[in-house]
Write a protein that binds this ligand. Structure first.
Ligand code: C2E
Ligand code: CA
Ligand code: CA
Ligand code: CA
Length: 278
């Protein structure tokens, strides 16, 4: 009876039906978003906690729906993955970010790196074409090391993906790898050993409640110590306060990213920020 009650609730809940219809509609609208120029990239600075310089940016996709306004990538990326559209979206993200990065390099920021979120779907079978990506960077005169591919632990859980040819080709081309959302989900320290990674990104859930005597500070410090012993640099996500920044700098965390420094912003605003500093 309990089971039946639950399924009835599921079936009749008007909000859920609305949500499902909404999802189908947005999923359909997303098919036209690329052609209609509704997608754009924003860039969020990553700051060196020692020098306070902006040394990298993370590219974050934005979808400006003609009627609904901005739709969160946390909401639409899963549809794009289900429909396979993430492949063409991912190509667009890569080319747009690489074109922009080449401009920044040409204007003198030659050490500047851009991080791209790459879906596990792009690493499977007919996903992204790694040879084309590498050739495109070469064509722009960018070194592979200017790009950081941000992967989630979800991707590494599939052992065949860990050694995927695409990732190995990226590594050979000097492209760097960051493990995103570290400490959440399918976390396993074994991946750190198996995978050739350059950066750990501490998930914002560990940063949110950081205070002097918090357990989260102990966890962050342990992550930093371990990462450094493994030769990795650490980026803390979701840094919103001066206190969080100072605590993270105090435990030797290398980089910070978050609203304290800047929200994700359009490329032109980012250029201004690069020229004038934070
Ligand atoms: P993520 O890779 O973990 O990106 C960080 C998210 O944290 C971004 O949300 C960013 O705007 C947000 N954030 C940054 N600083 C702060 C802060 O101080 N406080 C808080 N509360 N949040 C902060 P956003 O842009 O909504 O992106 C959400 C997720 O969507 C990303 O999480 C990533 O998983 C995915 N995503 C975004 N762009 C792309 C893309 O181009 N391709 C793919 N495959 N996924 C993307
Ligand atoms: Ca990311
Ligand atoms: Ca993250
Ligand atoms: Ca340091």
């Amino acid at each position: 009876a309990k089971e039946a009650g639950r399924s009835q609730f599921r079936f009749y809940d008007p909000n859920m039906q609305y949500a499902a219809r909404e999802r189908r509609r947005l999923s359909k609208d997303l098919l036209g978003a690329l052609d209609n120029n509704e997608l754009l990239l924003h860039y969020q600075p990553v700051v060196d906690l020692d020098t306070h310089q902006v040394v990298k940016a993370e590219a974050l996709i934005r979808w400006k729906h003609p009627e609904k306004g901005f739709v969160s990538p946390a909401y639409f990326i899963p549809f794009a993955e289900d429909s396979g559209m993430i492949i063409s979206i991912g190509e667009w993200v890569f080319r747009t970010a690489a074109d922009q990065l080449a401009k920044w390099h040409r204007s003198g920021f030659t050490q500047f790196q851009v991080g791209l979120n790459v879906s596990p779907v792009q690493f499977r079978g007919e996903g992204l074409n790694e040879t084309e990506w590498i050739a495109y960077l070469a064509q722009l005169g960018l070194p592979g090391s200017a790009i950081v591919v941000e992967l989630t632990e979800r991707m590494l859980i599939d052992a065949s993906n860990v050694t995927s040819d695409k990732l190995l080709a990226f590594r050979d081309a000097g492209i760097q790898v960051a493990l995103d959302d570290f400490g959440t989900g399918y976390s396993s320290l074994a991946y750190l050993r198996k995978m050739d990674i350059d950066f750990l990104k501490i998930d914002q859930s560990f940063v949110r409640n950081l205070s002097t005597h918090s357990e989260d500070l102990v966890l962050c410090e342990a992550i930093v110590v371990m990462a450094h012993k493994l030769g990795l640099k650490v980026i803390a996500e979701g840094v919103e306060t001066v206190e969080q920044r100072d605590l993270l700098a105090g435990i030797g965390c290398d980089y910070g990213q978050g609203y304290l420094f800047s929200r994700p912003i359009p490329a032109d605003d980012f250029t201004t920020l690069l020229r004038s500093g934070l």
